[in-house]
Ligand binder design. Sequence first.
Ligand SMILES: [Fe+2]
Length: 290
Amino acid sequence: MPISIRPLTPAFGAEITHVDLTRPLDAATFAEVENAFETYSVLVFPKQNLTDESQITFSSRFGALETTQGHIANNFQVKQISEISNLDPSGKLMAADDPRLIYRIGQRNWHSDSSFKRVPAKASLLHARRLPPNSNECGQTQFASLRAAYDALPESRKREIENMAAIHHYAYSRRNTGIQLTNEEEDKRFPPVPQALVRANPVNGRKALYVGSHASHIRELPEEQGRALLAELLEHATREAFTYMHHWQVGDLVMYDNRAALHRARPYAITEHARILHRTTVAGAGPTVQ
Ligand SMILES: [Fe+2]
């Protein structure tokens, strides 16, 4: 039985059914899934009973996986799965002032994963393991299509920004949350990096407006002018018409293309209900600017 692909919005996103990701996919089926990923940017696979091992196996088909850095958000472990959880290692809900929860506030800003790294992530895959009881308050994840955003820009704007680079900086975006979320060691590990403002997909050539909250200013413009332009472009890119809100169900695997989509975490009663997602991240092919 061929896989079934149902578009989620007119702009992007598709639900994929009739596929079992707990077992290795044959080459033809994987090619269909990979093609859907390059086409739709966000793929939702409902009811996938994945283990960490099967999630890693499927994710690895798309490229080498990033490993988690020893970081406060993952209890300083280095591995291919990072656990997004509001439980401490003993299984208790974290307190509201726990630094690991405060870190999450930054993820409520629109971003593309690791755009602050010289080689940003290609794709991220989130698997829902445990969720709050009400699916309307489950900590939804919202996505925005950077291709739809690019396509809707006036031609003059497209020409103006074609060869520009935005400077992405982790410490900059984290300071914007109003809380000191980075330490000196992280500031050193993630210095400001340039990223192409317009990125073309290597397979189908579709262009994306590569903005997000890690972008601080524009290399080719005075700092304040670049910052104002980035704010304008981010607002444009996240207009409702270009977005999809995912309401999680346990077992959902959601895969998103960081080259072509932004995402943000929506708030929920984080100190009241356990919520655990397991994430794998596919590394990017290379820097976006030389
Ligand atoms: Fe993220």
